[in-house]
Design a protein around this ligand. Sequence first.
Ligand code: NAP
Ligand code: 3JN
Length: 334
Amino acid sequence: MSGKTVAVVGATGLVGTRMIQVLEQRNFPVKTIKFLASERSKGKTLKFHGETVPVEVLGKDSFKGVEVALFSAGSGTSKTFSPCAAADGCVAVDNSSAWRMDPNVPLVVPEVNAHDIAKHHGIIANPNCSTIQMVVVLKPLHDAATIERVVVATYQAVSGAGIKALDDMMNQVKDDLAGREPSCQVFPYPIAFNCIPQIPQSDAFTDNGYTSEEMKMTNETQKIMGDPSIRVTATTVRVPVHTGHSEVVNIETKKKLTADQARAILSKAPGVVVQDDPAHQIYPLARDAAGKGETFVGRIREDISHPRGLAMWIVSDNLLKGAALNAVQIAELL
Ligand code: NAP
Ligand code: 3JN
């Protein structure tokens, strides 16, 4: 049988299960599949193309004979185990923040910097979900007009914080509707019927007042676009949406771009769909983007406060293009 021996690390998680679906849907050439998770998943099974596959407990020897491993089991697990995979001749495509800013590790969004994959030494990093959907849209605009500054505010879905976070939101909705005080297992405050300007939910704030999620958007954008001169300031906010991150993005370019020019450029950009017809109330929505692989952009307009400014609204499925799909696209390029 032709195809690769592929491992999914964190196979039982929200991102891991999406990775399995994307491998199936895109008919990734798999000879053998291996599902890995923690001790908690011992004895569990998962399906792949209709076959039942046992979930194995991740260990240092899990990667013998594996050619590609897709990691989504947190940064601590990646720090420990992706070097083990690389040492066994496997290429690890890592969804965590563990290696993203390591100069020896390419940080890749295929539509933007596929060429960087060639520089890998056994580990390739997948960016943060909020960064991915933004750079897919910004790269063609940067090529056309040189982006000098980005001001972004995110509206991030609860699924970005994992399975337990989704349970937390649903329990809080039930509590609220029943007139009970909502309890918080994951978030510092109720996320139901609320917005929380702090991501992640713990140890978020850095010395400069930004959260680590916000600094990921700044640092990762510069690395992926290959341009450390692009200034990025982000405010990341958790909102009570199940799946689909939305972003208000405002850019300042060196060369003036009209809204029509930006729409024309983006309508030809790989992985991007322009949904922009205000007269008919057409613009991207998280509920529509959920389950789709593209990144959607609308509300494109010239900024009335800046002669070379553009404002837009960018939406994508945080678990697909923001995580699982981008990782599988990297594996396909390999
Ligand atoms: P999740 O639903 O909580 O799933 C976590 C997965 O990791 C589960 O399969 C879990 O296995 C496994 N795991 C946890 N600790 C482990 C260990 N010590 N050894 C082996 N497996 C372990 O979380 P998720 O939403 O899928 O996210 C997982 C990770 O993906 C995140 O921590 C983050 O690093 C990354 N992520 C990236 C993005 C992005 O922006 N690109 C977005 C979301 C997540 P058990 O079921 O056995 O516990
Ligand atoms: O909160 C979100 O919407 C995205 C979350 C991403 C995430 C969650 C836990 C750990 C990450 C990430 O990809 O940056 C990490 C991490 O690996 O640090």
